[in-house]
Design a binder for this molecule. Structure first.
Ligand code: GGG
Length: 325
């Protein structure tokens, strides 16, 4: 059976890094690619940022590769994650040999709650003076994340950290924390609790204190971007939005409007996201080969300007593909 991969470039550098990753996927497998639109440009043209046919295609696909969304992020990314029923956003943040990193010893994976918290979309303008946001935390979503985290660290005898702020948001982060700890306890998995503000400091000072960090939605978004700063930038962080039967893969970075259209965006994050996609579909050898090709290209060059080089997106992509032949 040929798997169907939906490809949504989105805005800005999404239109440069996603085709690069598709070329890499074509080099290692035989997939059916279906292109679908979403984002600022589509909204300007049609009035809606996420056409229903894109939502349906993503929901029905074997997997989706997504680029980036700009001003319409809330109208695109949140519903797309909902389309795959994604309860966790897996964000590895790893320093690679050859890349000038603030903290070369960094090797972390963030497991970010993916549908709730302050990204639940319940915002209201109540008056000229007052806007509100409803923060949603359910036991069921927290349990699903906790079970995934326990499996991720190998089950009984494993361990992970949880970054929360339950000392202030006692009800919402309290429920999140209590549920995660209770599931982990039943599974024989050790949990270290860290207040998320303290985590931000401690991870900068010594990232080796942490390995797998479970976070509420916004904290996972922010803290993984912080970790990107430790390893050499956002051009290096891939992510996987995992649902029970479907998944969507995207670089952690956004549209990068400052360099969009110049052909110099770092494709590594999206190509590493494609490696996660391959592994998700069961192509473990191909996924590992793509990851190794990215790692050796980061070590030997060429590299894009964000990493101190002067190569184009296309040059880096070709170098990665050459290593796969
Ligand atoms: N490729 C991911 C992207 O477009 N990031 C921009 C952004 O605003 N992300 C928010 C989020 O990941 O929840």
């Amino acid at each position: 059976m040929t798997e169907q991969i939906v490809v949504v470039e989105g805005d800005g550098i999404g239109a440069e890094v996603v085709p690069a990753a598709v070329d890499v996927l074509k080099a290692v497998g035989d997939f059916e690619f279906v292109e679908a639109d979403a984002g600022d440009a589509v909204k300007a043209e049609t009035g809606e940022a996420l056409p229903q046919e894109t939502y349906d295609a993503v929901a029905d696909a074997d997997a989706t590769l997504f680029g980036a969304a700009g001003e319409t992020a809330a109208d695109v990314i949140l519903p797309l994650r909902e389309a795959v029923d994604s309860f966790v956003n897996v964000r590895p943040a790893k320093a690679y040999p050859g890349v000038d990193a603030l903290r070369p010893e960094t090797d972390l994976v963030f497991l970010r709650e993916n549908t709730e918290g302050v990204y639940s979309g319940h915002e209201d303008r109540l008056s000229d003076d007052l806007s509100t946001l409803t923060r949603v935390v359910t036991t069921s979503a927290s349990e699903q994340l906790a079970e995934y985290a326990c499996d991720f660290v190998g089950g009984e005898g494993g361990s992970f950290q949880i970054a929360h702020k339950a000392n202030v948001m006692r009800e919402t982060d309290g429920r999140f924390r209590d549920t995660i700890v209770s599931v982990a306890d039943k599974r024989g998995v050790e949990v270290e609790e860290v207040l998320m503000d303290a985590f931000a400091t401690r991870v900068c000072l010594d990232p080796t204190q942490f390995d797998t960090i479970v976070c509420p939605n916004l904290a996972g978004d922010v803290l993984s971007d912080l970790a990107a700063g430790l390893v050499g930038g956002l051009g290096l962080l891939p992510s996987a939005n995992i649902g029970p039967d479907n998944a969507l893969f995207e670089p952690v970075h956004g549209t990068a409007p400052d360099i969009a259209g110049e052909g110099i965006a770092n494709p590594s994050a999206t190509i590493l996201s494609a490696a996660m996609l391959l592994e998700h579909l069961g192509y473990d050898d191909e996924g590992a080969a793509v990851r190794e090709a990215v790692e050796s290209t980061l070590a030997e060059g060429p590299c894009t300007p964000d990493l101190g080089g002067d190569a184009a997106t296309e040059d880096v992509t070709k170098a990665i593909i050459n290593k796969l032949d």
